[in-house]
Ligand binder design. Structure first.
Ligand code: HEM
Length: 202
């Protein structure tokens, strides 16, 4: 598994390498700030969806160790979200905190993006063993917010697009499929419990 972890870690750094290379070689197009914002935002969302695909992947393939990659992938989503936030704060808002707060309060697509980011911060901060032990059962409840983070990020994308909705709708489609893939097992698990109850009553 260590080998897989190293491979996934290095591959996950490739989008960052491409952004740095593009910036250093002046290959980010006419509006480098916008290009960096689009790339970092897209990768934050992609890593979030890849993280959500680990459980269905494990169920479909039986590859149990895939779960060991989930935390790292989630942290990469957080990493690219931080980059995305920093690009906006620095290149777009030029660290004008007043303007930033006004944007968060008045522009709905920024509001939902920010909410998604806050959730990612909470999940990243509690993704260690210490928090797991301390929070106990509440940890699972907190980490279920990852679905809300993904949905808010997709809503953020849908809201900011003016014309062609195709890309954000593809992300929404992937999210819905990933959610549906989680359903059958729950249904299967519930069935025997009901049967057991009926038998007891009878
Ligand atoms: C801290 C809060 C956030 C702010 C202020 C923010 C801001 C922005 C801005 C200004 C854009 C570009 C709009 C444009 O040029 O038309 C953008 C695009 C985007 N953001 Fe965010 N964002 C935030 C959080 C997030 C998070 C947490 C995610 C994903 C997990 C995300 C994913 C995206 C995506 C996918 C795009 C579209 C990229 C594209 O056009 O290809 N954003 N965001």
């Amino acid at each position: 598994m260590t080998k897989w972890r190293i491979v996934v870690f290095l591959v996950s750094l490739l989008p960052l390498a491409a952004m740095v290379w593009g910036a250093l070689h002046d290959r980010l197009g006419a509006n480098p700030a916008e290009a960096l914002s689009h790339e970092s935002g897209s990768w934050a969302l992609r890593f979030l969806l890849i993280t959500l695909s680990i459980t269905p992947l494990r169920r479909l393939t039986g590859w149990r160790k895939a779960v060991l990659l989930r935390r790292m992938l989630g942290l990469f989503s957080f990493f690219y979200a931080c980059l995305h936030f920093l690009v906006w704060l620095w290149l777009d808002r030029e660290f004008a905190w007043g303007g930033m707060l006004a944007d968060i309060a008045t522009r709905p697509y920024i509001t939902v993006g920010f909410l998604s980011f806050l959730i990612l911060i909470a999940l990243a901060l509690t993704s260690n063993m210490f928090s797991m032990r301390r929070l106990g059962l509440r940890w699972k409840g907190l980490h279920r917010l990852v679905y809300a983070a993904a949905l808010l990020a997709i809503l953020h994308f849908i809201w900011l697009v003016k014309a062609d909705l195709m890309q954000p709708l593809i992300y929404l489609g992937v999210f819905v499929v990933l959610m549906l893939l989680r359903l059958p097992r729950k249904a299967v698990m519930r069935k025997p419990r009901r049967m057991v109850k009926k038998q007891v009553v009878a």
